[in-house]
Write a protein of this length. Structure first.
Length: 301
């Protein structure tokens, strides 16, 4: 099996394995300002064709498949929607920034691997420059049931001041440390299985530090299962991160380097993050999920 690429110029890139479109990267979205416009990956499918991402769920319309989202970048909200303010809960402010595509610098496909790189300009809601980002995505077929996405970002602070990157938890909300690479799963994955290297659970695993986390869920109509594993690169700041995960209300995973401690982002400085996401058809059990994590670790290597 090999990969093919369909580039809708100025809009998105779809990568197909055989006859299954496994992922679309929307790099110029039509997102409204309230939802902090940014690129996202959706739809995302297993090699069996099952959908493992969700777009604009009614409870959090700013959730879009997999996206690099930061709710507290200094005073700016690059997550979407209202901002957490301690003592007032969530307050809608004029601080919803935009991460806008500037230029595509690479788009290539070679057999079982496809890659793209582009540059983005992060600006405040008022249009001030905040971050200059270079982002790379690499999709690779692993075997007959799984494929991987390597997500890499290098962000340079061009705001002229130190920005403290945090989360609602660093601002005072207990156990709400989301921010970073965020995956939102389909509705049918609600009450699925979250798994860390130390065992399985659900919302009780939120805040756990680990090199990787997985989510195992089932699909409506077919009753089939799928597994998502996200592996944190050992060179990432705050490795191993705390993880924001949900199962009881909805399915999500987020390795959150800013979960409970702010990271200072100095003016002119560059922060880099790198992750592997393994998308697998089927539920591979506890041990099999460890094996999927090993595959993710190997593609990072």
């Amino acid at each position: 099996m090999s990969l093919t690429v369909d580039h809708q110029l100025g809009r998105d890139v779809t990568i197909t394995a055989g006859d299954v479109p496994i992922v679309t990267y929307v790099y110029v979205p039509d997102t409204v300002q309230l939802e902090s416009p940014k690129p996202y990956l959706h739809p995302i499918r297993t090699l069996a064709g099952d959908l493992v991402s969700l777009f604009r769920p009614h409870d959090h319309v700013w959730h879009k498949g997999i996206a690099w989202s930061l709710p507290h970048l200094g005073e700016h909200n690059f997550w979407g929607g209202p901002t957490y303010v301690h003592g007032r809960f969530y307050v809608q402010q004029e601080n919803n920034g935009t991460a806008a595509h500037r230029e595509m610098t690479r788009l290539a496909v070679d057999g079982d691997t496809a890659a793209l790189t582009h540059r983005l300009d992060w600006t405040s809601q008022q249009g001030a420059p905040i971050v200059d980002e270079t982002r790379s995505l690499t999709v690779k077929l692993i075997d007959d049931v799984s494929w991987s996405l390597v997500f890499e970002t290098a962000m340079t602070n061009v705001s002229g001041a130190t920005l403290h990157i945090g989360s609602p938890t660093t601002k005072g909300r207990e156990n709400a440390g989301y921010g970073g690479l965020f995956w939102r799963g389909p509705r049918s994955f609600t009450n699925g299985i979250a798994q860390s290297p130390d065992g399985v659970g659900a919302d009780d695993l939120r805040g756990t530090r680990a090199e990787w986390f997985a989510y195992r869920g089932k699909h409506d109509e077919t009753g089939r299962a799928s597994t998502i594993v996200i592996v944190d690169d050992t060179r990432n700041p705050q490795h191993p991160p705390q993880w924001f995960t949900r199962s009881e209300d909805f399915a999500c995973l987020c390795p959150a380097p800013f979960f409970s401690e702010e990271v200072p982002f100095e003016a002119g400085g560059t922060l880099t993050f790198r992750y592997a996401v393994v998308i697998a058809a089927g539920d591979h059990g506890d041990e099999g999920t460890h094996t999927l994590a090993d595959l993710g670790r190997s593609v990072l290597a």
